[in-house]
Design a protein around this ligand. Structure first.
Ligand code: KG4
Ligand code: ZN
Length: 352
């Protein structure tokens, strides 16, 4: 069966065609779909000059992009709308105006084609990217770590649509912290890639930045103190150096020390979640998982503990529609959405 998936939760318009088992086939619950096409139109160039995503502009841009992106995904997959057996869309969490655009397109198509509509949780999708990237291995049960622009959360995942939230951030998300520190250090938007680039020539031990809750049993994250520590290290407690461009070596050391603190926090909390659950698999999703330092430290941790690690390639870490292929598991479980389904901008516990 062919599935058309649509993604408009934030600032990427995505559409993908996936081929998987039909819901009534015996292996429907476990079969892993294949990605026939995945198209992403990024709005980064538009939001760049504002230093962050402007929700209203994001929504308007999705309106412009959603149909051409769907057309392109169908074209690349070599299929027509008439061959589509179900339509999936991420309905939560995200920016309300952005979510509404994808949902409206998905509802219209599902209704016009007379096929089921599946409402997907974007965070379940980020974790399902692990399964799409490794179709020959079972990802579940696993500890799921989502490190994205909007979320930093740990889950106990018994299956693709059975995730229990173990803990999240009490303030900023990881990607948000990267973006804010990048703005402080004038490293561009989005911040993650700029910080990583600058960090390459810096010393990760130059600044002993705080690692919130590191020795705390709670599976919680906090990045606001770390951000403030970078600010003070850059400008001094009284901001006396405001207006003076910092030397590049200082920027590199700050970027490297900040990145190291974030990576240490995630690696240590993921290890704690593995201990807590007793699971021997770790699945990771979200844009921050593109970070090379993060990837190598989490790989070392997993190897040291004999834990099976699932780390999708960068194109499946950042926002895309293919990860909403988790809809096949939902269809197999009979979770079809009505045409009255609405968006849920705030975080909800996956599986609910
Ligand atoms: O998952 P994603 O594409 O969107 C959300 O669902 O939020 O994540 C975007 C976030 C941005 O905050 C961006 O700065 C961060 O991922 N990011 C990175 C890197 N590449 C993207 N963070 C650290 N290092 C990177 N190389
Ligand atoms: Zn995302």
């Amino acid at each position: 069966m062919l599935l058309l998936a649509i993604e408009t939760t934030c600032d990427e318009t995505g559409a993908a065609v996936l081929e998987g088992a039909s819901p009534d086939s015996p292996d429907a619950l476990t079969a892993v779909p294949t990605i026939r096409s995945s198209v992403v139109a990024s709005q980064i160039a538009i939001h760049k000059r504002f230093g962050g995503v402007v929700p209203e502009i994001a929504a308007r841009e999705h309106v412009r992009q959603v149909l051409p992106v769907i057309d392109e995904a169908l074209r690349q997959a070599g299929v027509t709308l008439g061959q589509i057996g179900a339509v999936a869309v991420a309905t939560r969490p995200g920016l309300v105006g952005a979510l509404v655009v994808g949902l409206t397109a998905a509802k219209s198509l599902a209704w016009a084609l007379g096929v089921p509509l599946v409402a997907v949780d974007h965070l379940e999708g980020h974790l399902y990217a692990c399964q799409l990237a490794h179709p020959d291995r079972s990802v579940y049960p696993c500890v799921g770590l989502v490190v994205s622009g909007g979320h930093s959360s740990l889950y106990a995942c018994r299956g693709p649509i059975e995730a229990e939230l173990l803990g999240g951030t009490v303030d900023d998300a990881a990607g948000e912290a990267f973006d804010k520190v990048a703005s402080l250090l004038a490293l561009g938007y989005p911040g993650g890639p700029g910080v990583e680039r600058a960090a390459r020539s810096g010393n990760p031990k130059a600044f002993a930045f705080p690692r919130a809750f590191l020795h705390d049993d709670r599976l919680a994250f906090s990045f606001s103190g770390l951000k403030t520590a970078v600010l003070y290290a850059l400008k001094g407690q009284d901001a006396r150096t405001t207006g003076v461009a910092p030397p590049p070596e200082l920027v590199a050391d700050l970027a490297a020390s900040f990145q190291e603190a974030v990576v240490d926090i995630f690696v240590s909390k993921a290890a704690r979640a593995l201990d807590r659950t007793g699971y021997s698999r770790l699945g990771i999703g979200g844009g921050v998982a593109v970070n090379g330092r993060f990837r190598s430290k989490v790989e070392a941790m997993a190897a040291g503990r004999g834990v099976e690690l699932f780390l999708p390639p960068p194109s499946l870490c950042t926002d895309n529609a293919a990860m909403s292929g988790v809809a096949f598991a939902k269809l197999a479980a009979g979770q079809v959405a009505g045409l009255d389904v609405d968006v849920t901008p705030g975080l909800v516990r996956p599986g609910r």
